[in-house]
Ligand binder design. Sequence first.
Ligand SMILES: [Zn+2]
Ligand SMILES: [Zn+2]
Length: 196
Amino acid sequence: MLVYNTEVSLIMKPILQVDLSSIKDTPGLSLTVSNRLDLPNVSWEGERLLEFINPWRIELTVTNVNRGFQVSGKLNGSYRLNCDRCLEKVQSELTTDLEGLFLPEQTVNEIGGEDEEEATTITGDELDLSVTILEAITLQLPLKILCSPNCRGLCSVCGTNLNDNSCNCQPESLDPRLATLLQWKQDEGGGNSGQS
Ligand SMILES: [Zn+2]
Ligand SMILES: [Zn+2]
C-alpha cells in the first residue's frame, strides 16, 4: 500500500505537482504532463546514496475517473550507485512506468474498498507526485549493482581496489563468518580446559 508521506514532501522540495483544477469537475477529462525533472539525491537501503543525474524526463496522463484521478506514465533518466563489491560509483539508465490511483480524502473515508487500499490520498487540487516518482524508481533498481560482472572488489584485508591495483595480502581462503566460528571454538576449547 502506498502511503502519501507528508513528512517526506515537507522535507524536500516537491519534485512534481500537477494542477488538477482543469479536469477536477469533469469525469473522463484528462491532462498530459511532459516535463523535465530535477530529482534530489536520496538514501537507499540504509547507507547507500542514490544520485540522480538530472534532468530526468517524465511523460504522464492524469485522468479524472470520477471518484478520483488515475495517473499513467513513464519516467526515464540516469543515476549513480556504488558498486556492491568495489564501492566505485556506477552509472546506469532506467525507464519505469508510473501508475497510481489518487483519491480525494473524503472518498477514501466514505468508500474504503479494495481499490482504495492501493490508492494514494490527495487533498486539494494539487497532485503531488514526489513520493510516487521516487517509489517507482527505487522499486526498479537492480538488487545487485556491479561496475562490471567480473569486478574483483576490495581486498578484505587492506581495502585496496583490486580492479586497479594488487596488494601482498594473503588471500582470504575462509568465509569470514566461518573464520569467526573457528576462532570462537578455539577460544572455547582453551577456556574449558583451563576450568576443568
Ligand atoms: Zn566494482
Ligand atoms: Zn590487501
